[in-house]
Design a protein around this ligand. Structure first.
Ligand code: AHM
Ligand code: MG
Length: 321
């Protein structure tokens, strides 16, 4: 078996980038342990306040956020970081001016923890550009990412990431406390397997989105169903399943929330990088996600991510709306 350490030694990342990835990996081990014991400790449920987006913060959101911040601070290679759980960007005490920019959602789908459903951490890494302000360094377009990744705390814990040379997956062995290569060079199948959308939002969906959903529910020429619906409500889990099995995940803009719910910097961009490197496509229904120029840290964007053909079909329906 090839450990993550062996894999990285054969696929040279710059020392600084490797240190940042290790920091995230070490944080993920703490988070994985806490999640696996969540029902036995007083760490389930809401923390009692809302975050900058007005959403209820879970106790484990805070713990995960602290683990990631601490690890990134200690690694000494980070110029600036920003978290979905923090209102402002943070310059670590132990920062490196020309180091890396790390943007992350420490625990995506955290409302699922209390009911034992998979959750994840999503992260995006950029090289800090000398002369740019800390904020502008965080607002680089997604195609400047040097690494996009996530950790899925599911039936097993998996790290999936890309540095622009394919998408690769590593499974965590909790006895050895190491990640091992399990999914080399993931290619998303161009198959009509699953579609994933919260149809509870139907009353607020635009006509083009509703028509696209009707298309997905249509029968084949042989009278068979093409797709199955799957929606866990944890982006990392929904995305990971469709990445491996084929399909599309949509969190569209709605009449109520024209830019949708998900965050461009912490969720859409890293998954877009991973998806494209696996042969898929990702857009906001119009513009390629990694070409969108961010204007604010917590910017939201509609998300259409999955098989290239399916995302193109979704875009064509949105264009007719
Ligand atoms: P979070 O980052 O606060 O956990 O919220 C993001 C989550 C995604 O994981 C998931 O895809 C989405 O919210 C589900 O939203 P909804 O309940 O509206 O379907
Ligand atoms: Mg999230």
């Amino acid at each position: 078996m090839i450990s993550l350490r062996d894999y990285l030694s054969q696929h040279s990342l710059s020392d600084g980038l490797e240190a940042v990835l290790w920091a995230l990996v070490e944080a993920s081990k703490h988070i994985q342990r806490d999640i696996s014991l969540a029902g036995l400790r007083d760490i389930c449920g809401a923390a009692g306040h809302v975050n900058v987006q007005g959403e209820a913060v879970q106790k484990l959101d805070l713990l995960a956020n602290d683990y990631v911040k601490k690890a990134l601070n200690e690694c000494g290679q980070v110029a600036v970081l920003a978290s979905e759980e923090e209102e402002e960007y943070i310059i670590p005490d132990n920062h490196k001016e020309d180091g890396y920019v790390v943007l992350f959602d420490p625990l995506d789908g955290s409302s699922n923890i209390d009911v034992n459903v998979s959750v994840g951490m999503i992260f995006s890494i950029y090289k800090a550009v000398p002369g740019l302000s800390a904020l502008d360094n965080c607002l680089q377009t997604g195609d400047k990412q040097v690494l996009g990744g996530y950790v899925l705390y599911g039936t097993s814990t998996m790290l999936v990431f890309t540095v622009g040379t394919g998408t690769h997956g590593f499974t965590y062995d909790s006895e050895k406390k190491h990640y091992f290569l399990s999914h080399e060079n993931i290619k998303t199948p161009n198959k009509d397997t699953y579609y994933s959308i919260n149809e509870g939002n139907s009353s607020s969906l635009y006509k083009g989105t509703l028509k696209f959903i009707d298309y997905l529910k249509g029968l084949t020429a042989e009278g068979k169903r093409s797709f199955s619906a799957r929606y866990v409500g944890s982006l990392v889990s929904d995305f990971h399943r469709n990445l491996l099995k084929g399909g599309i995940y949509i969190y569209p803009g709605t009449q109520k929330n024209p830019k949708g719910k998900l965050r461009l910097l912490y969720e859409a961009n890293p998954l877009a990088f991973i998806c494209e490197q696996a042969g898929g496509r990702c857009s906001n229904g119009d513009i390629r996600t990694m070409d969108i120029a961010p204007t604010e840290l917590h910017e939201r964007c509609a998300l259409y991510i999955g098989n290239e053909d399916l995302v193109k079909i979704a875009e064509s329906y949105e264009a007719t709306a």
